[in-house]
Design a protein around this ligand. Sequence first.
Ligand code: IMP
Length: 190
Amino acid sequence: MLEAIERVIFSPEEIQKRVAELGRQIAQDYKNSAAKDPYKRPLLVVGILKGAMPFMADLIRHMDIPLEYDFIAVSSYRNGTVPGEVRILKDLDRAIGQRDILIVEDIVDTGHTLRSILRRLASRDPASLRVCTLLDKPQRREVEVPIDYVGFVLPENVFVVGYGLDYAELYRNLPFIGVLKPEYIRASSC
Ligand code: IMP
């Protein structure tokens, strides 16, 4: 797999250091004032499959607070649908009314996916709804979305893989985040 990588943008060490910082900060915020559930139930961390899986697995182990987690899977508009239309393939197992929800996403690019997810979850009346993304590509944004926690802002407009992020379902298991060599990207993609 390594021969497909042109360069590494964030090393495993940089990622682990930043994820630990984020996890501690988020836990502190929920201990202080972010938790709004009138019944004091644990925070529900919601990972967006598949990309957020490695990030969320590391993040929650740095969050020293009671929490539960669940996942949702959505179909991306990249797979043939119109931007803004995101279909839920796997929904949350339980109702989230009056609960504190933290969405964990791999990357926010145009913002359409996150906006759609936020709208759907907000309509279920959670006590609070926050967003944590590992990566942010603000220069690509097409719709405004509120983001509470960002791991790294990508300094340039590049397509990245690794640490959960894929190209055609590959490279998710790389321990770093990097850029593919052009010859490994099919002309029809991106
Ligand atoms: P958005 O709806 O344009 O914000 O796109 C969000 C989704 O697009 C992410 O959850 C990723 O699955 C995918 N995506 C966007 N940029 C990248 C990238 O650089 N590498 C891998 N996947 C990406």
